[in-house]
Design a protein around this ligand. Sequence first.
Ligand code: GLC
Length: 690
Amino acid sequence: MRKLLPVLLLVAGSVASYAQSARERAEELVSKMTLEEKCTLIHGERGDAEYEDGFHIMPIPRLGIPAIRMADGPQGVRNKTNSTYYPCGISLAASWNRDVAGKVGEGIGLDARARGVAIMLCPGVNIYRTALCGRNFEYYGEDPYLASETALHYISGIQSKGVMATIKHFALNNQEFDRHGVSSNADERTINEIYFPAFRKAVEEGNVACVMTSYNPINGTHASENSWLIKDNLRAWGFDGIVMSDWTSTYSAIGCFGSGLDLEMPRGYVMNYENAKRLLDSGVIEESWIDEKCRHILQTVIEYGFLDNPVKDESIPEDCDISRANALAAALEAPVMLKNNGILPLKKSTKKSIIVLGPNADIVPYGGGSGRMDPIEGRNITLFAGLSGLGKGYKVELMDWKAPDYEKIRKAGAVIVAAGFNYDTEGEDFDRTYALPEGQDELISKVAAANSNTVVVVYSGGEVDVSPWIDKVGALLMAWYSGQEGGTALARILSGKVSPSGRLPFTFWGSIDKNPASANYYLSKPYENRTSKRYSKRFSQYPFVEYGEGIFLGYRGMSHFGVEPMFPLGYGLTYSKFDYSGLSVEPSDGGFKVSFTVTNTGKASASEVAQLYISAEGSSVIKADLELKGYEKVSLDPKKSAGITIFLPKEAFSHYDVASHSWVNDPGQYKIMIAASALDIRLSEIITVD
Ligand code: GLC
């Protein structure tokens, strides 16, 4: 054996040198690159070549570095392709089902590989502050824990197929109105407790490949050139992947070169060779900063194997059965039933018809902007098509909502009004109205006056003003933008084949002014109304919005502000009902093991989302009234029970301490609550945390 040792060491050494780490390979490549090649790598390009479309990392053929294609999500693979259209972000959050989020991620990963896309520009995780943000539909609602869990599983799904996910928009991009120009001003504790968690969990647990910075300034400095954001936080969390800018969200060369931004998209407005040469010659920046950018980019591409292997997987069809099935599974779990006077599920009636009308009755709606999908021919199922597919016993008729026949409506067995928004009234780069678009309130009120069996289905990314008609209609379902399979899924839910199982991922206040964040949503300083175009000049003082509600966002501030919403976070009706029993809270592994039983005491199979909230009892530190720290969704047949156990880690009882810039535990008494929503506590127990 002793004689073999030198040989073994030699072999091991050569294997080790052969199996260079991704970082070592990247560093070696960078060491061979010219400054011009480095500056080519750190931005996209617009030009004639196929990869100069503003959605590629540029190639360096001399060194065998291929062009790397990226595409938007989060609702599916877009940019120059038709693809499976999945339920939008808020749908996944509304499902309260981690597996559903993961399956959508897997579907998108397959669709990306089938098309040669290496980087998906999703998920979007910006927190829902008020209903007005045009991109709430792409994100995961108001609670940082629910958003973190949904994002983690979605990212894991995408990356499990060998595709890089990009979590966005880092950070505090919570409005679309003048998104380039309005600074999001918030205190450090609020940022860390509400706005960072989804990003941080994606880095620390999800090993997310890329992060996209946001358009907006944060406390006065644009995200793409904000060292506090990128270096003192993101990199400090251990992130060693690619930091890319949002498209056209770069403003100064010195800011971007110096901030830790790696990749300027869609092209090199500021991080280009001319600026690099000028700033290097004047000693303002160092070439090692550019080397670091190139290393992050190449190291990540190498880790995913795309320096050595093709991205496109010929074995995966572009119109993939698994993708469609995953889209349907998510669409079945997302709709939230907020009202039902017994009209649902729709009864089979051989004689009476079901009338469907409204702007979204026979189209598949989308949120607008970069998240809008181009579906595969024939794959979009509208609500009317889905209901028509129910077959015998259901006579379904589509009516023109611009010329309703109220006589027919009066005689119908039921009337479904498909209301809400679409890409032209809700989407990126503008905020939306709280009220439904023109004419819809009147339509709903008149239909309900003619037939009490009126069901309203709302397609939106968040709360809408239901006050004009909520007391007049028989049922209300929030359908979000539920993708190509949404019509099929809603038909199954409305007909009772499947019980609705979604729960609100945000607080539904019932009036925009009741939401404490509304007072802090519009600009704190009046200024001339600017559109969100690129600015050539810098403003001495950005207009800004102050996150004055702090950590008391949404349900976390109901008691603090003394306001009770129309429907709380976590609320949603099913076709059954559930009981909770047998709570036990045991110390375990530094935290607590929380166990209890849920029983379906109703007559229909359905799913319950058991939610775990905590509240500090007499803490010396000011804390939110209520904090979501766990949830589990269970499907149960009538009379069946399920035992549920949720682990509460010690970190659940901490707050972010600004003095030490770190999380600190808060010992003391806490109430552990098991709930069916933030206002429906079923079981509770007081515990002491050391
Ligand atoms: C858009 C969006 C971002 C998207 C990117 C590429 O402006 O803000 O979410 O991924 O540009 O389309």
